[in-house]
Design a protein around this ligand. Structure first.
Ligand SMILES: C[S@@+](CC[C@H](N)C(=O)[O-])C[C@H]1O[C@@H](n2cnc3c(N)ncnc32)[C@H](O)[C@@H]1O
Length: 262
């Protein structure tokens, strides 16, 4: 499925403008021939290797300053509903050609740390409310080894694209640099109890431009802000996410207002 942002609909790629005659669709269903369904990519890496590399990051994250600060913020928050589900979007595959948990340079472990956050969040919410928290993640990039490692920790892979349908009022959404407009899609579908995603800001007006080679450069990210998003977050309290540029990036915590549950 291809999801268009509102910007992609009203300011299409200049060299595709003629295709407007074919109609304007926010979602396109298309057939893709894939050479690899995730079972052969990075085949040299076993599930056991992914699991043990990820275990190290789960430990590291649980003892990190990032988690200490986030735990403090969330422990004080009052949620509108008892959260019983976390849905993570675009957290990335946990194998790469370089080895389990990513490339051995700065940023190694980003995806494993982001999946570790899902587990720590679930544990914290369960301790806070006593309600079992189911974890789902959606990313078309998972290899079969990622899926096995995730399943072993009780995390369900939502495919294809069913993560969006799983989001309801008792859900916490966690989205990190997705290549798809997660925030705009959720704004059209649901009002989750909480979100951890890029802070919503007033849009800056920017134009398509060409670089020195004549290639068109989009003025928008793959998960841009929009007026509907701005409207949506008026119903939420924004709390800070700790600064952690190595494993996360610019994020904010949103908790739906009107809460009286824990
Ligand atoms: C830029 S990477 C971010 C990876 C990781 N979160 C990070 O911060 O390094 C974008 C991710 O979005 C994923 N993605 C693409 N389409 C998606 C979709 N429909 N649903 C969820 N994730 C998607 C890609 O597979 C990729 O892992």
């Amino acid at each position: 499925m291809l999801f268009k942002t509102i910007q992609g609909l009203v300011e299409p790629t200049p060299f595709w403008a003629h295709r407007l005659e074919d109609g304007i669709f926010p979602v396109t269903i298309s057939g893709v021939m894939q050479e690899d369904d995730g079972s052969t990519r990075n085949q040299g890496i076993t599930t056991q290797e992914v699991t043990s590399a990820w275990e190290e990051y789960i430990e590291e994250f649980a003892h990190s300053e990032t988690w200490r600060q986030l735990e403090e913020t969330l422990s004080k928050a009052t949620f509108p509903r008892r959260i019983d589900k976390i849905v993570g979007f675009g957290l990335g595959e946990m194998t790469s050609i370089e080895g389990p948990c990513g490339i051995p340079e700065e940023g190694r472990g980003r995806t494993c740390m982001q999946h570790a956050l899902v587990l720590s969040l679930a544990r914290l919410l369960e301790e806070k409310t006593g309600v079992k928290v189911m974890c789902h993640v959606q990313d078309p990039g998972y290899t079969s080894r990622c899926k096995e490692a995730l399943a072993a920790k009780g995390i369900k892979v939502a495919e294809p694209e069913t993560g969006f349908l799983a989001v309801d009022e008792a859900t916490l959404v966690f989205s990190m640099n997705p290549n798809v407009p997660v925030r705009q899609i959720i704004a059209d579908l649901a009002r989750p109890a909480a979100m951890i995603w890029r802070p919503v800001k007033e849009e800056e007006k920017r134009e398509w431009r060409r670089d020195s080679n004549g290639t068109w450069i989009s003025p928008h990210s793959t998960d841009p802000d929009s007026p509907r998003l701005l409207e949506m977050v008026k119903g939420y309290t924004q709390l800070p996410f700790p600064q952690d540029w190595t494993y996360f990036g610019e994020l904010a915590v949103y908790v739906r207002k009107g809460g009286n549950e824990k």
